[in-house]
Design a protein around this ligand. Structure first.
Ligand SMILES: [Zn+2]
Length: 385
């Protein structure tokens, strides 16, 4: 449910779209320029004579930028492959500045799996760094300075990625490991709250440090960590609440939809009367589709008497009235639909559920849970994992 807004798809891995976040695209040229400026010093650190290196510093800078890109990709792929092996489902991979986001539609069920999934990314980065380290060692004395230098910066980048991601700054990998370690004792909601506070603390430190040394990267990273920590804590809280609320308590009751045989005129009339942009279409009381104002409005006036709701409707996704709110919300996200038709056990329409319904219910139940929590010290909101 973490949205990957502001990103560009660049490829796919086993059908999972791989996207690049715009911040990485912005950072690459900046990094190229910065590295170009620090080229001589970097060469000295790598014990390579700068005058023996081919190409311009700017070109090497570009190489570093591409190297970072590739390193982030390897890191993120490690997370994804592990998640898939553990039976998780990955919706998309977004490459960001210091790592990425593997958007899971199903999170690993056990804290241990989550911890391991978080750990494999940094481990992969450190492993790659070590491999390049070995390559540098093998290249000693061969006078292949260009290769040596390339290996040096790839080793450094991966070591940095591995180490940085292990910091307990939730939602970065290290923070996820901390959260998983706390989940057994505190439950998912409280463990996430603690990890989130730590993450925000780190974000403030990074931000201050970035401002002090005038490093724009650090400041951007700080903002990302802060918002990420806050967003995930909110999501976990939301999940804990919605899991305990049945759809019947959230939905808008709706016993009759537009009949499948109704004309476009009738459908339009029903929509206007209900003051809704879309209504379920039913056949013998069972939902078979959705008809929207847009579809009805697109029919010419001459045809409105002859076209039927059945011809104008789009597919419907349903949720059982006994299912919980979180399941419903996840179904909306997975099927990419703004609303669900709610059905009783016999398949008959009993209501509709959209995001507004869920949000309203969530606000109500969270307020109630908070009051209950205040009234009864030690009350555990969440189910122990
Ligand atoms: Zn990672």
């Amino acid at each position: 449910m973490r949205a990957a807004r502001g990103s560009l798809q660049v490829g796919a891995f086993r059908g999972i779209p791989i996207r690049v976040h715009f911040t990485l695209l912005l950072v690459l040229p900046l990094l190229a320029v910065m590295f170009g400026g620090a080229f001589r010093r970097a060469a000295e650190v790598a014990e390579v004579p700068p005058e023996r290196l081919l190409g311009s510093p700017a070109l090497w800078g570009l190489g570093v930028a591409v190297g970072l890109f590739a390193s982030v990709f390897v890191h993120e792929l490690a997370h994804t492959v592990y998640a898939l092996r553990r039976g998780g489902k990955v919706r998309s991979i977004t490459l960001m500045m210091v790592g990425g986001v593997s958007e899971l539609t199903e999170a690993p069920p056990r804290p241990r799996d989550e911890a391991l999934m978080a750990l494999v990314g940094p481990l992969a980065s450190i492993f790659v760094a070590m491999a390049f380290g070995v390559a540098i060692w093998l290249l000693q004395g061969t006078r292949s300075f260009n290769l040596q230098f390339a290996c040096f910066y790839l080793a450094s980048l991966n070591l940095f990625l591995g180490a940085f991601n292990l910091l307990p700054a939730f939602p970065m990998d290290g923070g996820r490991i901390v959260r998983a370690a706390l989940t057994g004792r505190l439950g998912a909601v409280r463990a996430t709250r603690v990890a989130s506070v730590m993450g925000r603390g780190f974000a403030v430190l990074f931000g201050l440090w970035g401002a002090f040394v005038l490093n724009p990267f650090l400041m951007v990273i700080a903002v990302f960590i802060y918002l990420g920590a806050e967003g995930e804590a909110r999501q976990v809280r939301m999940k804990a609440t919605l899991e305990r609320v049945p759809v019947s308590a959230l939905m808008t009751p709706w016993l009759a939809g537009v009949d499948a045989g109704a004309s476009a005129w009738e459908a339009m009339w029903a929509l206007r009367q209900a003051r809704r942009l879309a209504l379920p279409v039913t056949e013998d009381g069972r939902p078979v589709g959705w008809v929207g104002m847009e579809a009805v409005g697109g029919v010419s006036e001459a045809e409105r008497a002859t076209r039927t709701a059945r011809e104008l409707m789009r597919p419907v996704e349903v949720v059982g009235v006994e299912e919980d709110g979180w399941t419903a919300l996840r179904r909306m996200a997975e099927k990419e639909v703004p609303q669900l038709a709610v059905v009783a056990e016999d398949g008959l329409l009993v209501g509709t559920l959209d995001l507004a319904d869920v949000q309203r219910g969530l606000a109500l139940y969270e307020a109630r849970a908070e009051r209950a929590g205040r009234a009864e010290r030690g009350f555990r909101q969440e189910r122990p994992a």
